[in-house]
Design a protein around this ligand. Structure first.
Ligand code: ATP
Ligand code: MG
Length: 237
């Protein structure tokens, strides 16, 4: 579970997240939407102090995020970025194994086992020995998802995982994420994919100007209460 209380994040004097509170239950899927620049990425990143918050409290799996706990907390959180960030000179399997061995200190044999298991989950077992550049963008992003899953995260955070993909590759990645969601993983996902949000989200959170201005079940995507969400959705359809 993730508990966020009154989080404030700033770049210098520029406040970008302006007092956000959010409670994500174990196993819950929360989709974050909102216009460009509303602070979605900053919010997500700040939860594991990739950007250090100015104020507020974050508790992940019962552990309050702070200087003393940060390293440990990060080993429990899987993070998938918009661009896949794979090492081009390493085979797919080694892209997954390396962090497990170096960061998570797993024995090589167990790391390889977990990597193969994660590749199976994303449907890429047959690409284990390929190099990233021999894969399509959608396949590369599935490897990045496998890498995040292989650490067996208690929370999986994804920041626009399909926005860098060509349209015909988006669906395969969303399909993999739906499968993962069904396995009960706690997920926080920034995305503009309305159909996906409808299928997967337990809750949709709408960001505007550093604040949550509307939240509720996926039905709010069809029946927004605020004019702002209505306008935002009109532009997506
Ligand atoms: P998008 O939908 O375009 O990804 P977003 O909702 O994720 O937008 P953020 O990337 O969190 O928004 O940016 C929020 C604000 O913070 C923007 O005004 C942006 O210019 C600013 N910002 C983001 N990253 C930095 C940074 N590293 N340094 C300074 N300002 C930043
Ligand atoms: Mg962003």
């Amino acid at each position: 579970a993730v508990v966020v209380e009154n989080l404030v994040v700033a770049y210098g004097d520029h406040e970008v997240v302006k007092g956000v509170s959010l409670n994500v239950r174990k196993g819950e899927k929360v989709v974050i939407m909102g216009p460009s620049g509303s602070g979605k990425s900053t919010f997500l990143r700040s939860l594991i102090w990739l950007v250090k918050p100015k104020q507020g409290r974050i508790v992940i799996d019962g552990v309050e995020v702070g200087p003393a706990t940060l390293a440990k907390v990060r080993t429990r959180v899987g993070f998938v970025f918009q661009s896949y960030n794979l090492f081009p000179h390493l085979r797919v399997i080694d892209n997954i194994v390396l962090p497990l061995v170096k960061v998570h200190k797993l024995p090589l044999s167990e790391a390889r086992e977990r990597a193969m298991e994660a590749l199976q989950l994303v449907g890429l077992l047959d690409k284990a020995n390929a190099y990233p550049l021999q894969l399509s963008g959608g396949q590369q992003q599935r490897v990045a998802i496998a890498r995040a899953l292989a650490i067996r995260p208690s929370v999986l955070m994804l920041d626009e995982p399909t926005s860098a993909l060509d349209p015909e590759l988006v669906e395969e990645v969303l399909q993999v994420l739906e499968d993962i969601a069904r396995r009960g993983t706690t997920m926080l996902i920034v995305t503009h994919e309305v159909d996906f949000a409808e299928d997967v989200a337990d809750r949709v959170v709408f960001f505007e100007n550093g604040k949550i201005v509307e939240e509720g079940p996926p039905e709010i995507l069809y029946n927004p209460r605020t004019e702002r969400l209505r306008q935002f959705l009109r532009r997506l359809h």
